[in-house]
Write a protein that binds this ligand. Structure first.
Ligand code: ADP
Ligand code: MG
Length: 238
């Protein structure tokens, strides 16, 4: 059974339709990447899955629950954004634990979760630092740590690496792949970067103008592109 199931999902802003009835199934523990040019509807689709954007039509299921009208907190999903959104006046440890604290967890329950996330991400020696005293890559790890501590069923990433320089982006790709292998979780990851998509994905979803053009493994879409758009998009240099 699919962990995340989009059936004819539509998004309208007023009279403007920007997502035109998307079908997609993401399996348990699968790493799916939504890729496509700027403005094609990737973030909108992700935000509908997260519950940050109302769904105009169709059905969204997580596990066996229809979640169309459930608030974000009830969906057991964590989202990592491009902007790190760390609290500048809190240490790494406090940043990692804050979401759990406001969810009502006790310090005794929070500590092991925070320590576990720190170990997974290699943040143990930075726990008492403020975000201002971290590198871009370390900050991005803290942002991911804040998602991990919640033990979500599904991770959503919206262009998490686009603020990083090319070298760090390459390193973080490897980190994210490793993270997925260790944490064993379902991931839906948005990028406009073909190389990032091809490197990370179990399956790629190629979007254009609010439609899905093709879904397949990186090898499938590379070797058998559905149309000239996909061929051009995947084949073009990064
Ligand atoms: P992507 O993430 O692929 O770059 P988006 O999902 O952000 O694309 O946007 C898809 C389309 O929806 C774009 O044409 C964008 O201008 C439009 N859009 C996004 N948010 C809004 C909004 N709040 N109001 C109106 N149009 C929007
Ligand atoms: Mg976007």
């Amino acid at each position: 059974m699919a962990e995340v199931h989009l059936s004819k999902i539509v998004k309208r802003y007023g009279s403007l339709e920007v997502v035109h009835g998307i079908d997609l199934e993401v399996a348990h523990n699968e790493f799916v990447v939504l890729v496509g040019p700027s403005g094609c509807g990737k973030s909108t689709t992700l935000r509908m899955i997260a519950g940050l954007e109302e769904i105009s039509g169709g059905e969204l299921k997580i596990g066996d629950r229809v979640v169309n009208s459930l608030p974000p907190r009830s969906r057991n999903i964590s989202m990592v954004f491009q902007s790190y959104a760390l609290y500048p006046h809190m240490t790494v440890r406090e940043n990692l634990g804050f979401g759990l604290k406001i969810a009502g967890m006790t310090p005794e329950d929070i500590k092991p979760r925070v320590d576990e996330a720190a170990a997974i991400l290699g943040l143990e020696s930075f726990m008492d630092r403020l975000p201002a005293n971290l590198s871009g890559g370390q900050r991005q790890r803290v942002a991911m740590g804040r998602a991990i501590v919640r033990h979500p069923d599904v991770f959503l990433f919206d262009e998490p690496l686009s603020n990083l320089d090319a070298k760090l982006r390459g390193q973080m790709r490897v980190e994210i792949k490793k993270l997925h292998q260790r944490v064993k979780t379902t991931v839906i990851y948005v990028t406009h970067d073909q190389v990032e998509a091809m490197t990370l994905a179990d399956r790629i979803v190629i979007m254009r103008d609010g439609y899905v053009e093709q879904v397949g493994t990186p090898t499938e879409v590379f070797e058998n592109p559905a149309n000239t758009f996909v061929a051009g998009f995947i084949g073009s240099p990064p």
